[in-house]
Ligand binder design. Structure first.
Ligand code: FAD
Length: 533
């Protein structure tokens, strides 16, 4: 204990020397948090890395494992109130790509996995079965939200494809998967939040209470406050899932069917699918890509036998949830819906599994990749929202053009209905009723093959963005990554002024989530404030 205090004092003194601050080291030590303020080298190392493995920030000064929202409020109050200040970044599960949860020479608040050790711990999920919602800690992983809700036969409605992400992390972006066409993104399924703002105030916010903060925080890239509690909407949990994949060689037929399926959002449950996604198959080896081994290895699909158009096939992925009590009607319902689609005949691949196993499908792929040493590799991912009117141009220029039949990872493509997104939230989407997510989820490998290298894939991402610019395809980045003021202003477009105004109101010293590189902290370097936007 004494050693760790010594280390902490040393680390704080290092900060003071490095950045010329005159923060009294005891200020942090005296915070008296119930959790743990750590300078343990493994904590500090973890906090300076993320899933992307593309950036390594200078190490943070310390890592706070909070026991409560009050711990976080005390820390931020100290940062805000001190003459010279320091940055504070929430880190959920660290599954960002470009250092968004890192902060050099500040304090990282480790929101997820902070239940270790002794002493007080963040609250457990609390399900309200009658009201059909669950209150969860901001660092809770979605897999644990699912497990807790299932104890009451309930489950959240809107998901991400992968559940080992934190609630605060996905709500700071949007949280999307194949249910979004129907229920909207995860940020459209939240009733209430507790947030610690950049001034250290702990506020409850909702549609009715502190509504500006509520909308700003949802999709707000961690800029306005740290989410410590979220109240998430629930529905009766389905028991099983019929999971179907069908193939297309014609891109127009593929997108027409996807758009038709998402237009059924207002229909009764029996008249629509519950999940609509899809992916691009530009490389035969990837038909069984890491996202799941679905197509039977004993019955491999030969891409060449399906006459792909321009070397590319498209796979529509749909599911229907059901209860054992309705199992007798599921075949008929699926058959009727499939009859209306225009896929290549005899390319229907079906499987049936428990709802939990469907939701947790990517974790199984993770375990396989981990066992082969292919999980902890650089991930130059690029996620784009593409307006519906330009998705054909995108196909020609990118899937059949720039990618050149080599993908190096899954490429998802699925449409969403814009009206299911609340335009008061901070997230930015294209200005059309329907837009697509195109997710290029590629892994870089150091195996001597040029097309697998980080440099090659990073260049290709740049080429894709330039192609969109040149072709007038107004894409918006999802999980955006920019490094200049101009790029951020361009990203937010007409919403920039509001975003900036909210920042000035809720985090005027620009203490929070500096890893997003949107605002520069306005700390005093000598006697005057450093200018920033
Ligand atoms: P972190 O990386 O820890 O943090 C992300 C940002 O949020 C940082 O700026 C951080 O400061 C801020 N933040 C974190 N916690 C809080 C909080 N409590 N309050 C305020 N700000 C906070 N996204 C989808 O939408 N759909 C998917 O299907 C999907 N699948 C994915 C699969 C994998 C394998 C991976 C690696 C990512 C996937 N993502 C998906 C992206 C994911 O949603 C984002 O990367 C998300 O930020 C990760 O959550 P995290 O808890 O790891 O966040």
């Amino acid at each position: 204990m004494a050693t760790s205090k010594l280390l902490l004092t040393f680390a704080i003194c290092r900060l003071i020397v490095t950045v010329g601050l005159t923060l009294d080291p005891t200020e942090l030590l005296l915070l008296g948090v119930d959790g743990q303020l750590s300078v343990d080298p493994s904590d500090v190392e973890t906090a300076s890395l993320d899933f992307g493995l593309l950036t390594r920030a200078a190490p943070p000064l310390a890592v706070l494992h909070p026991a409560s929202a009050q711990d976080i409020a005390q820390l931020i109050k100290a940062a805000y109130g001190s003459d010279f200040g320091f940055t504070v970044s929430a880190r959920g599960h660290g599954h960002s790509i470009n250092g968004q949860a890192q902060t050099a020479n500040g304090v990282v608040v480790q929101m997820s996995g902070s239940k270790r050790g002794s002493g007080r711990k963040p609250p457990q999920p609390r399900v309200w079965p009658r009201e059909k919602y669950v209150d969860v800690w901001g660092g809770e992983l979605w897999i644990d939200v699912l497990r807790s809700s299932l104890e009451y036969g309930l489950a959240p409605k809107s998901w991400t494809d992968y559940l080992y992400l934190s609630v605060g992390g996905t709500l700071s972006n949007a949280g999307i998967s194949g249910q979004a066409f129907n229920h909207g993104p995860q940020i459209s399924n939240v009733h209430e939040l507790d947030v610690v703002t950049g001034k250290g105030e702990l506020l409850t916010c909702s549609e009715e209470q502190n509504s500006e903060l509520f909308h700003a925080v949802l999709g707000g890239l961690g800029q306005f406050g740290i989410i410590t509690r979220a109240r998430i909407s629930l529905e009766p949990a389905p028991q099983r899932v019929r999971w179907i994949r069908v193939l297309y060689s014609n891109f127009s037929a593929f997108t027409r069917d996807q758009e038709y399926l998402i237009s059924l959002h207002g229909e009764a449950g029996s008249q629509k699918f519950d999940y609509v996604e899809g992916f691009v198959i530009a490389d035969e080896g990837l038909i069984n890509n890491w996202r799941s081994s679905f197509f039977s290895p004993r019955n491999p699909v030969k891409i060449s036998s399906l006459e792909p158009n321009g070397g590319v096939l498209y796979c529509l992925e749909i599911t229907k949830n059901y209860h054992e009590s309705t199992a007798s009607t599921i075949d008929k319902e699926v058959e009727l819906l499939l009859k209306r689609l225009d896929f290549i005949p005899a390319t229907v691949f079906t499987t049936d599994l428990l709802y939990v196993d469907f939701l947790d499908r990517v974790h199984k792929a993770e375990l396989k990749l981990r066992s082969k040493g292919l999980w902890e590799v650089p991930h130059p991912w690029l996620n784009l929202f593409v307006p519906k009117s330009k998705i054909g141009d995108f196909d020609k220029g990118v899937f059949k053009g720039i990618l050149g039949n080599k993908t190096s990872g899954p490429i998802l493509i699925y449409p969403m209905n814009k009206h299911k997104w609340d335009c008061r939230s901070s997230v930015v989407t294209p200005d059309e009723d329907v837009f697509y997510l195109v997710a290029l989820l590629r892994s870089a490998l150091d195996n001597g093959e040029e097309t697998h290298s980080l440099e090659y894939l990073t260049n290709q991402n740049r080429q894709i963005l330039k192609f969109c610019d040149d072709a007038g395809i107004n894409v918006k980045q999802y999980l955006p990554h920019y490094t200049t003021h101009e790029e951020w202003m361009d990203h937010f477009g007409n919403n920039w002024d509001r975003f900036y105004q909210m920042k000035m109101e809720f985090d005027p010293r620009h203490i929070l989530a500096s890893g997003q590189q949107i605002f520069t902290p306005t700390f005093r370097s000598s006697s005057k404030m450093v200018a920033s936007w």
